[in-house]
Write a protein that binds this ligand. Structure first.
Ligand SMILES: [Fe+2]
Length: 270
C-alpha cells in the first residue's frame, strides 16, 4: 500500500494510510515527524498494534520514555489497572502534558484498546495556528509575557473544595514560569496555555486571569480543534509542543482503556 496523508481539517490533523509493515519498518519515520509538526495530530485508523508493535513504531518517530509496564502507560480511570487514575481526572480540561516541566514531552502515541460506550473522544487544539492567526498588534503586546503555571490551578478544576492536605500536596510543586509564546528551534511560534496557567507575571492578578481565559477561548475555537472519535485499534500521535488536548467525559466505570507511549522532550520551552 502506498503511504498517503490526508488533511482532516484545514488547520489541524492528518490521517496517514499505510500498511503495518511500512510503518514498523521505519522508512517513513522522518516523514511522519514532518507531518506531525505541520498538522499537530496524526491518526492511523484501526492499525491494531499490540504493545510491542506500538513501542517499535514509536521508536521510529523519536526516543521513547520508559514508563508504565514495559514502556506502555495505561490511560484508564480503573484504579485496579492504574494507581494514578485519580490524577487523570484533570484530563477533561485543556492541557499540555508536562506543563510544570522545563521541557514538555515531544509527542505521545495513544491507541484504543477498549472504548467508552459514550463520550471519551479526544480533542486537540493547534497552538501554532492560534498564535499565527492573532492580529499583529496583539502579537506585539503578548510576545514578551510570562505565565505562572501551578499544580493548584490544574487540580482545583477537579477538586474545587480542597482539603488542607490537598492544598499542601499541591504546594509542594514549585510554580513554573513559562513564556506565553514558545519560539521553537524551527523558528515557528506557538501559544503556551492550559489548565495549569493561572496568572501573568507582573500583571494585576485579575487582569492576568482574564487575559488567560480570553486566550484559552481563542486557542480552542472550533477552527483550531480536531475531535477524534475513536474506533478500536486506532493509533493517534499528538505533537505535545504545538497542541493542547483534553478528553470528553465518559462513564468512570466503563473500562475504557488506552495505551500510551511517550517521546522524550527535544527542546526547552523558551
Ligand atoms: Fe494529557
Amino acid at each position: 500500500m502506498a503511504f498517503t496523508s490526508i488533511d482532516l481539517t484545514p488547520r489541524i490533523g492528518a490521517e496517514i494510510r499505510a500498511d503495518r509493515a511500512t510503518l514498523l519498518g521505519g522508512s517513513q519515520g522522518a516523514e511522519i515527524r514532518r507531518i506531525l509538526e505541520e498538522r499537530g495530530v496524526v491518526i492511523f485508523r484501526a492499525i491494531d498494534f499490540n504493545d510491542e508493535e506500538q513501542l517499535a513504531f514509536s521508536a521510529t518517530i523519536g526516543d521513547v520514555i520508559p514508563q508504565g509496564e514495559k514502556g506502555v502507560f495505561k490511560v484508564t480511570m480503573d484504579k485496579k489497572e492504574n494507581k494514578l487514575a485519580d490524577y487523570l481526572l484533570g484530563a477533561v480540561h485543556w492541557h499540555i502534558d508536562g506543563s510544570m516541566d522545563d521541557a514538555p514531552t515531544r509527542a505521545s502515541l495513544l491507541s484504543a484498546r477498549r472504548l467508552a460506550p459514550t463520550g471519551g473522544q479526544t480533542e486537540f487544539a493547534n497552538t501554532y495556528a492560534a498564535w499565527d492567526d492573532l492580529p499583529e498588534s496583539e502579537k506585539r503586546s503578548l510576545e514578551k509575557l510570562k505565565v505562572v503555571h501551578t499544580m493548584e490551578a490544574m487540580q482545583r478544576l477537579v477538586y474545587p473544595d480542597p482539603t488542607p492536605e490537598q492544598l499542601q500536596g499541591w504546594a509542594s510543586y514549585a510554580p513554573k514560569v513559562h513564556p506565553l509564546v514558545w519560539t521553537h528551534q524551527s523558528g515557528r511560534r506557538s501559544l503556551v496555555l492550559g489548565s495549569s496557567a493561572t496568572t501573568i507575571e507582573g500583571m494585576d492578578e485579575t487582569a492576568g486571569r482574564a487575559l488567560i481565559a480570553e486566550l484559552m477561548q481563542w486557542a480552542t475555537k472550533p477552527e483550531f480543534v480536531y475531535r477524534h472519535e475513536w474506533t478500536l485499534g486506532d493509533l493517534l500521535i499528538w505533537d505535545n509542543t504545538g497542541t493542547m488536548h483534553r478528553v470528553l467525559p465518559y462513564p468512570m466505570d466503563c473500562g475504557r482503556m488506552m495505551h500510551r507511549t511517550t517521546l522524550v522532550a527535544e527542546e526547552m520551552l523558551v
